[in-house]
Design a protein around this ligand. Structure first.
Ligand code: FES
Ligand code: FES
Length: 158
């Protein structure tokens, strides 16, 4: 049944009329026009759909959107809004040519953002652990790991 719910996405509150059982991913893409989060497996296994919820990387492909009322939702569209520059993670992903097809990039960015906001100087094994939950079908994990290391080294404010 359709219902009005208010979600706070990228710092803005908006009321949308949706089925609150519909997973957040669909609401973000269809009602907020945010195409950064992707549908991959739909099973909480690949990470393509991740967004930050209250500061933690979270899958969105199965959890009902109604459960996110009152929580702060942040998508990758929020990363480069300020002064029109790429976020340091986006910049280093670009410089290291980390992506091949790019389908996993949303999840890689969100997982890396979660890590670096909580741990400014992660070890390589901590980076591997953080990115491990994202499946990259192209197998470019080593380039993503290098890019996250570079972003951590080059920026103190993420
Ligand atoms: S689409 Fe959500 S984890 Fe794969
Ligand atoms: S770059 Fe293709 S899935 Fe990761």
């Amino acid at each position: 049944m359709m219902k009005k719910i208010e979600l706070e996405v990228n710092g803005r509150k908006k009321t949308v009329e949706v089925d609150p059982e519909e997973p957040l991913l669909y609401v973000l893409r269809e009602d907020f026009g945010l195409n950064g989060p992707k549908f991959g497996c739909g099973l909480h296994q690949c990470g393509a759909c991740m967004v930050m919820i209250e500061g933690t990387a979270t899958y969105t492909c199965r959890i009902p959107s109604g459960q996110f009322e009152g929580q702060k939702i942040e998508t990758i569209e929020n990363l480069s809004i300020n002064d029109n520059k790429l976020h340091p993670l986006q910049q280093s992903f670009f410089e290291e040519q980390a992506a091949q097809c790019g389908y996993c990039v949303n999840g890689m960015l969100i997982a890396a953002l979660d890590l670096l906001r909580k741990n400014k100087n992660p070890t390589e094994s901590e980076i591997r652990e953080a990115l491990h939950k994202i499946i990259c079908r192209c197998g470019t994990h080593s380039r993503f790991i290098k890019a996250v290391k570079k972003a951590a080294a080059n920026s103190s404010n993420l």
